[in-house]
Design a protein around this ligand. Structure first.
Ligand code: HEM
Length: 450
């Protein structure tokens, strides 16, 4: 494909233009990137280096590969890369006014209030609150030959979110309705047709947003009145030292966003861990031995650092399959990245999914090798391993995520052993957030019987 420049650098600037093989206007490389993100990224890097452009989902998009460029964009020293306008293009109608869609002063204001819902004491309370739900959820799993991990884990994390985040009792039908709305809202972000057509992703996303807003608005007055240990109550009560609080609209918008941010990402992490632990039974046994050695049916806050194996496997799973595959930003002024001219208004994308498998930064990147984190291969660059992003928008829930993933994995390892046939390779769908097309069917055996 013919190489073309994005825009000529200003005269006398000594900057280089961004080059790329943009493809057809609007569509460009969308299909290639979604269907084969790794192959497409490698080819691009070989041809154009770390900074290149193409049409992607209707936008002229600069993709910056590798940790050096990622650091420039995410750390954002000159406040030139805005998150809101970039993310809004993909998910704005469904997740508007979520914290990730706010920028600069306003973002900082909301982030300082939200931080109150993620203090150490709050985290310890969430962790204690989720333990019984994890046990109940896992006990309800039916062992067998074709147990679909992804679907069951998604159900479990949603049920936990209802418990720990919302603190409300929902019957199965209502929980399913809310889960369905989240699924539709997330999938709408990567719709090819980006306006409402009945039955297509975009329209389903808009309908889902209404369902979620009505749901949280209906529960809000009681939550403000009664308080509680859940995240919903925490957001209602959160107050900074100088007395700033969230309005009702803020609480609804943040709840919708945080639930989405929390439940899909941990589901993908656990599913990826389960896949590699099925492919590498020696690792599954090592983790199980550690959990057995702990001698506790339920993981406590102070045990989080004790399970070193699960920590390594979680990190490696997040490297191999970054649950948030790419982070978009919009340049609000003319700027530069690694000596390339980026005109104001350009969408810039940091591709976490493919950055984590660059052979330039990771030895044998396709290999599942959790020990690489014990050897600290990630130290090659601060942004080589970046599943939680970085800078002002760095994941506010990263400790929560670790806590939830480890709590679930601990109880899971103590109850079940799981396996896949030796020749099985999962079909990873990368057209939205990454997930296995087949739901990851495994053979699940109760521990005492296997
Ligand atoms: C393994 C699980 C998770 C992963 C991989 C993950 C990843 C990320 C990433 C990459 C971002 C940055 C987005 C950007 O810069 O554009 C982010 C932001 C965010 N995450 Fe997570 N996340 C996870 C779990 C969670 C959980 C459990 C919660 C809440 C309990 C959460 C809440 C948020 C929020 C609120 C933001 C926006 C922060 C801001 O804009 O200031 N995440 N997450």
């Amino acid at each position: 494909m013919a190489a073309r420049i994005l825009a000529a650098p200003p005269d006398g600037s000594r900057l280089k233009p961004v080059t790329g093989a943009p493809g057809l206007p609007y569509i460009g490389q969308t299909l290639q990137v979604m269907r084969n993100p790794f192959g497409t990224a490698t080819k691009r890097y070989e041809q154009f280096g770390p900074v290149s452009w193409s049409w992607l989902l209707g936008r002229r998009t600069v993709t910056v590969q590798g940790p050096e460029a990622a650091e420039i964009v995410l750390v954002n020293r000159d406040k030139v890369f805005a998150s809101g306008p970039a993310w809004s293009y993909y998910i704005g109608p469904f997740f508007r006014r979520g914290i990730m869609l706010l920028d600069f002063e306003e973002h900082l204001h909301h982030r300082r209030i939200m931080q109150q819902a993620f203090t150490r004491d709050r985290l310890a309370a969430y962790m204690a609150a989720m333990a019984p739900g994890i046990g109940r959820g896992l006990d309800a799993w039916t062992p067998g030959d074709r147990f679909t991990v992804h679907d069951h884990v998604k159900q479990l994390t949603l049920d936990l979110a209802v418990d720990v985040f919302m603190g409300v009792d929902l019957d199965r039908a209502e929980a399913d309705r809310i889960n369905g709305a989240f699924v539709d809202a997330v999938r709408a972000g990567t719709a090819y047709v980006r306006f409402p057509v009945p039955g297509l992703r975009w329209q389903r996303g808009l309908r889902a947003r209404r369902v979620l807003e009505d749901f949280f608005r209906a529960h809000l007055p009681a939550k403000r009145r009664d308080g509680g240990d859940d995240l919903f109550a925490a957001l209602c009560q959160a107050e900074t030292d100088d007395g700033h609080r969230f309005t009702d609209d803020d609480v609804v918008n943040h709840m919708i966003f945080v639930l989405m941010a929390a439940h899909d990402t941990t589901t993908i992490t656990l599913t990826t861990m389960a896949y590699y632990l099925a492919k590498h039974p020696e690792w599954q046994e090592r983790l199980r031995d550690e959990s057995l050695a702990l001698g506790k049916p339920v993981l406590a806050f102070e045990d989080l650092d004790a399970l070193t194996g699960v920590d390594l496997v979680m990190k490696e799973a997040l490297r191999l399959v970054a649950p948030v595959p790419a982070l978009p930003r919009r340049a609000v002024r003319d700027t530069e990245i690694l000596g390339h001219h980026i005109p104001a208004g350009t969408t810039v994308v940091v591709p976490l999914l493919t950055n984590h498998r660059m052979p330039e930064w990771w030895p044998d990147p396709e290999r599942f090798d959790p020990e690489r984190f014990a050897r600290r291969e990630d130290k090659v660059h601060r942004y080589a391993w970046e599943p939680f992003g970085g800078g002002a928008h760095k994941c506010i829930g990263l400790h929560f995520a670790g806590m939830q993933v480890k709590s679930i994995m601990h109880q899971w390892l103590l109850r079940y052993r799981w396996s896949v046939p030796g020749r099985y390779t999962w079909p990873l769908d990368t057209t939205s957030l990454p997930s296995p097309k087949d739901g990851l069917p495994v053979r699940l055996d109760p521990l005492e019987a296997s």
